[in-house]
Design a protein around this ligand. Structure first.
Ligand code: NAD
Length: 448
């Protein structure tokens, strides 16, 4: 229902990217008055028309509805934001430092510096961006230096766990809420923001700011480790002639292990897991815990080796050289149901094959434009049929439903040679082998 919160608040969301745009729409859906703030004028214009600036299932209807009703607006003005908000959510990017492994906090600092001088009345700033532990404490000092009414301006950390592709659902019905606060009163304000979510029984953890900052990177480290664990098992399966898909299934029935995030394939990518585990390792060392997160380096390396493995399998199917071969790469997004290509394993494979001299044609149902902006020298096809036309080998690199449901007999009409690397273990090997395809999966035997 959208009758409005019992006590609607005036909320700003600073940074309206994959996280912030969804959070802004979600806060409006919870009944609040919302003002989104971004430095990107084009993004703000698009959002003010009720349109999503990126592909995220379910986002556009929410934007349309709440921009239409006037409950949700977007601006580039921090003066307007400071005037408007009771609560300011900080959702700007925290990418990997250029040339380093730590987090680049320049956007977080810039947002605080831009907002602080406009805070003339009581307000709570709640950080949602993923940051190194200790950032909230540092920002508190930064705020104190710049905000005129600092005693009345507080900081809290409320890390975000949404998944791209399920971001709307995860915002309105999260697995848990974590509030890192310095006072009971600040927790009460955030509990008011999330009253409807809490009322639905969502588990709540109220803690201090450093713990809240750490929960997010600990969660992502665990998830990355789980994926690299099964991908390490895939490497062993490849050496032993065993099948990691069946191994994974057998493991999954153990409730202590569980089957989620236990699929071997091309590994993780995106704007979060890779940079978060690197930043976490860097931060732990800065704090003196030099050895604690050494295993995350291995997690990263196992993950990156999967990308080389796919290139090796392509080479193997081509009889030893990729030079001049026509390779169709299906998928550019880092995972299905998003147009996000940040640190995308699929694009990495495509670019590596291109550099090695293949004629690569990429198709992604949503991410072609973002991919072309990043790798303009690759060729992009508007349809999968166009991408695979005359291909010497097909690589299934992102498990979009339209690729995993492909029919081997239909596809054979379009390719030059029936060769496929199933980099996501998303196809039935025997079915493809029976249809005459040379099939290679990840960590599974070659079907005969
Ligand atoms: P993004 O790059 O999509 O969005 C960042 C936005 O901030 C951009 O629109 C940018 O224009 C804007 N911005 C930059 N500087 C600004 C400033 N000074 N003032 C106002 N706006 C500014 O990034 P994202 O994926 O939305 O990630 C944002 C944060 O959320 C990161 O810390 C990320 O780790 C975290 N996070 C992301 C996800 C996810 O799935 N994308 C999930 C959980 C947490």
């Amino acid at each position: 229902d959208h009758e409005g919160a019992d006590m609607p608040l005036r909320i700003t969301v600073i940074g309206t990217g994959y996280l912030g745009a969804v959070h802004a729409a979600g806060m409006a859906e919870l009944g609040h008055e919302v003002l989104g703030v971004d430095v990107d004028e084009r993004k703000v214009d698009t959002l003010n028309q009720g349109r999503a600036p990126f592909f995220e299932p379910g986002l556009e209807p929410l934007l349309e509805r709440h921009v239409g009703s006037g409950r949700l607006r977007f601006t580039t003005s921090f003066a307007e934001a400071g005037e408007f908000g009771d609560v300011h959510f900080l959702c700007v990017g925290t990418p990997q430092q250029p040339g380093g492994r730590g987090a680049d906090l320049r956007y977080v600092d810039a947002a605080i510096d831009a907002l602080a001088p406009h805070l003339h009345r009581p307000a709570l700033i709640a950080g949602k961006s993923t940051v190194p532990v200790g950032t909230a404490e540092r920002l508190t000092a930064r705020l104190a230096a710049a905000a005129p009414a600092m005693e009345e301006v507080h900081l809290a950390w409320n890390p975000e766990f949404l998944r791209e592709g399920f971001a709307v659902e995860d915002t309105l019905r999260p697995d848990r809420l974590v509030l890192g606060v310095t006072s009971r009163a600040d927790a009460a304000v955030l509990e008011q923001v999330y009253a409807k979510v809490l009322h639905a029984g969502t588990p709540l953890v109220v803690t201090d700011m450093p713990t809240a900052e750490l929960v997010k990177v600990a969660a992502n480290s665990f998830l990355a480790t789980k994926i690299s664990f099964i991908n390490a098992m895939a490497e062993v399966c490849e050496a032993a002639g065993a099948d990691v898909v069946q191994l994974s299934e057998a493991l999954s029935y153990d409730e202590r292990i569980g089957g989620k995030f236990l699929r071997a394939g091309l590994g993780f990518g995106g704007g979060c897991l890779p940079k978060d585990i690197r930043a976490f390792t860097t931060r732990a060392a800065e704090l003196g815990a030099h050895e604690a997160l050494n295993f995350l380096r291995e997690v990263d390396e196992v993950n990156m080796r999967r990308r080389s493995r796919v290139v090796d399998l392509v080479r193997e199917l081509l009889g030893g050289s990729v030079l001049g071969a026509k390779v169709a790469v299906l998928g550019a997004a880092f995972k299905p149901n998003t147009d996000d290509v940040r640190d995308s394993p699929a694009l990495n494979v495509a670019a590596t094959l291109h550099l090695a001299g293949s004629q690569v044609v990429v198709h992604d149902p949503q991410a072609n434009a973002n991919a072309a902006a990043k790798f303009p020298t690759l060729s992009y096809a508007d349809t999968a049929a166009e991408a695979v036309a005359g291909a010497d080998v097909v690589v299934l690199a992102t498990e979009w439903e339209q690729f995993t449901s492909m029919d081997p007999f239909e596809l054979e009409q379009q390719v030059a040679y029936r060769r496929i690397v199933d980099a996501r273990n998303a196809l039935e090997p025997q079915r493809w082998a029976d249809a005459g395809w040379a099939y290679r999966g990840m960590g599974r035997p070659v079907p005969t």
